[in-house]
Design a protein around this ligand. Structure first.
Ligand code: 5GP
Length: 189
């Protein structure tokens, strides 16, 4: 997606060899026109798949999910982050290690919003080690629903997430794939 690559090149801040900051259009301020283009691109990539719901994770995934869901005309469920979960039979939950915060969080989804009939598209902003996406996929499995695929806005391809998800049998569609962030520069695959 050329437009996204240009935006990353012009506004992305390389914080280290492994972390990219894109808070001017994705993670703090949001560029709505770009979000709509991202939504259109995900819809195009997953064309032909039956999708009944989008699952993402708060908070940055919500705008991406919204742009996609409005075209597909399906509901969005966003997993909430909670520090710890005591057993609650009304919730699906999974443990996710946060790449940026370097701590584990439980993510939770109410059992009311996922069922065995659902065919779910997972969407997220970044893919690093795959923890968030695997946690979301785990929750979908607990609901005995189907993971249609995983859509990612920015994949850091030099980290193992994409390979892990593909090895686990998931279809991964990433709109921008970064080969390296070395020397303060973004290099796309
Ligand atoms: P993973 O779970 O794949 O290890 O990491 C993905 C999650 O960590 C994303 O939901 C995102 O919030 C965060 N993340 C990972 N790498 C980056 C990065 O380079 N920049 C930003 N802004 N967030 C990241």
């Amino acid at each position: 997606m050329k437009l996204l690559q240009e935006k990353i090149r012009s506004e992305g801040l390389v914080l280290s060899d492994s972390v990219l900051k894109v808070d001017s259009f994705l993670n703090h301020q949001i560029d709505p026109a770009l979000m709509m283009k991202i939504g259109e691109e995900f819809v195009e990539r997953f064309k032909g798949e039956k999708i009944t719901k989008i699952l993402t994770i708060e908070s940055s995934g919500i705008a991406i999910a919204m742009a996609t869901a409005v075209i597909l005309n399906v509901p969005i469920v966003f997993a909430r982050k909670r520090k710890s979960v005591t057993f609650d039979e009304e919730l699906y939950w999974a443990k996710v290690y946060s790449y940026t915060k370097q701590e584990s969080n439980d993510i939770i989804v109410s059992k009311r919003f996922l069922s065995a009939e659902d065919q779910v598209l997972i969407l997220d902003d970044f893919l690093a080690n795959g923890e968030a996406a695997l946690g979301l996929a785990n929750i979908i499995q607990q609901a005995q629903a189907k993971v249609v695929g995983i859509g990612i806005v920015i994949e850091k391809s030099f980290q193992p997430g994409a390979q892990k998800l593909i090895a686990a049998g998931y279809r991964v569609e990433s709109l921008a794939r970064i080969q390296s962030l070395e020397n303060g520069q973004v290099h796309f695959l």
